[in-house]
Write a protein that binds this ligand. Sequence first.
Ligand SMILES: Nc1ncnc2c1ncn2[C@@H]1O[C@H](COP(=O)(O)OP(=O)(O)OP(=O)(O)O)[C@@H](O)[C@H]1O
Length: 578
Amino acid sequence: MPITIKDVAVYADRQRSHALLRDIDCVFPDDRSLTLIIGKSGSGKTTLLRTMAGLMPIGSGNVYYDELPLWNNRRLNRAALLRSSVAFQFPEHQLFARTVQGEFDYSLRPYRLPRPDKQRRISAALDGQHLPAEFLARAPFTLSGGQKRRVALASVMATEAPWLLLDEPSAGLDAKSVLRLKQELVQWKERAGIVLVTHEMDTFLSIADRVLILDQGQLIADLKPEELAANPQVLLETGIGLTSHMELAQSLREAGLPVPEDAVTPEQMADVIERELRGEGLSTDPESPPAPAAFPALHKPHKLNKHTSTSEDKAGNGIMAKRHKKGLYSMDARLKWLVYMLISAGIILQSRWAGTGIAFLCAVFCMYFLMPEDRRKLLRMSKPLLWLMAVTVLIAGVQLHGGQGTGGRGGIGFSFVSAGDTFRRLLLFFEVTIVALIFTLSTSTSAMKQGLAISLRPLKRVGVPVDMLALSASLVLRFIPLIIEEADRFSTIARARGKRTSRGGNLDVRDIPAFVIPLLIALFQAVEEWILAMEIKGAALLELQPASLGRDKRWEKLALITGITIFALLFLIRIYDI
Ligand SMILES: Nc1ncnc2c1ncn2[C@@H]1O[C@H](COP(=O)(O)OP(=O)(O)OP(=O)(O)O)[C@@H](O)[C@H]1O
């Protein structure tokens, strides 16, 4: 049952101007193999894995499981979808059920199995993860981190799908657990094909059958591990870097040892080292191959695509990537607070349609002109808010009539006045959120706190708890993008586990616990970690002067003028009651 990826392109936007994957063409043959997908950060590995799992809408081309297309027009083909099972990074975060049995039930529900078959698969999966059957009655939240991970992997394994798609399964594991995972993968390989995204080549190369290298959203090499070991230049050219085993092989060759060119593991080099240590002097053997001066590149990487994102986009867990950006990103945080307050105050003042509409245009203007680099991200983040608004407006408009005055019969109607009023109020909230997102996406939490704390410093003398206030305000603001990103992550996981087939990725009502519970846990955890980190860092940061940050005076002036102009405009609109 091979997987065939045919001419696939995936875009970040409807206009297809930002390609995440391009010209992907490859076949994963049905040979119980383990394929590694490697590439530097942001090269598109996770996107490719998600595309194979039907979690990313395809712009062009298609993925086939055997002969079954994954996409039929705009809908996913359930039969194809059931042929793969996905484990996301940190799979233990996806647990939500009251018991471990509940986790299995949820993952296996789309397969509609007869009870005995289901129980057999669950037992086999528990065995495979060295978990006792008594675990089925345990609450996942009472388990240790390692046990949670094994339960989550067991729930993936229990599907017995012919293809396992794993995204960095070794992330966060200790050395012993990584070794055990490796052994398990070797066993899994006997029953299923495995596609594994990883940065840990040292760990997995020795058990892999094939390596795909991605760069800038394109597949640039398709090699056997031995071929990669013999031609590691491609790893240097793509910025992935050599594995420590390859570096060892190179050092040994430079020392004159005849290490085979295709040696992938230290074990394969051990024989040569041993003979050298015994003084058998193989290095002086005239027949032995000389160390290659330079490795030939197997595939020349394609030219860089200026539209695809750089690794910087992905850094920092996606919340606030570390970047060396100019403009708004390098502005004094105190000034940003001021501009944010001015614009938000102007928006909140509005009580009529015209003012709300003009405030909306101002928010859009800020998004386009003050936030050029993260505009796409911002648009993506605002999507769930727009959906929430649409649903709320619909609900607000629904009116239930009693029996009186309607001839004794109740009924249902829709009030455009009521829906419109709700829409206007929500639009103000949306506008303030957009401005807050512009602020938070361009400012780190510590800079935000620092900016506010320094601005409010005079109030300290009259006993105002400025530090606490600054910390709370920054956390509340930083929380908005975090909620949106985490909601995105957990809805994708719930969709993958529930095997949803709609293109928009709508969740079923039954998926709500699988979505909401991990989301809340992740958010609570994030808040806890933030508060701790900020408390630790807070005192030291306050000693820093914002002037020491890289600043761009032109942008500061522009942002200040924008803020004051928008506030003045919205204030006048309110005064003249437009
Ligand atoms: N839904 C999306 N919309 C817009 N951009 C996206 C989306 N998903 C991913 N990207 C961008 O596509 C690029 C590739 O992301 P991807 O997660 O596939 O990289 P990766 O190779 O797995 O990186 P890492 O090794 O850091 O996990 C990144 O720049 C990312 O910001």
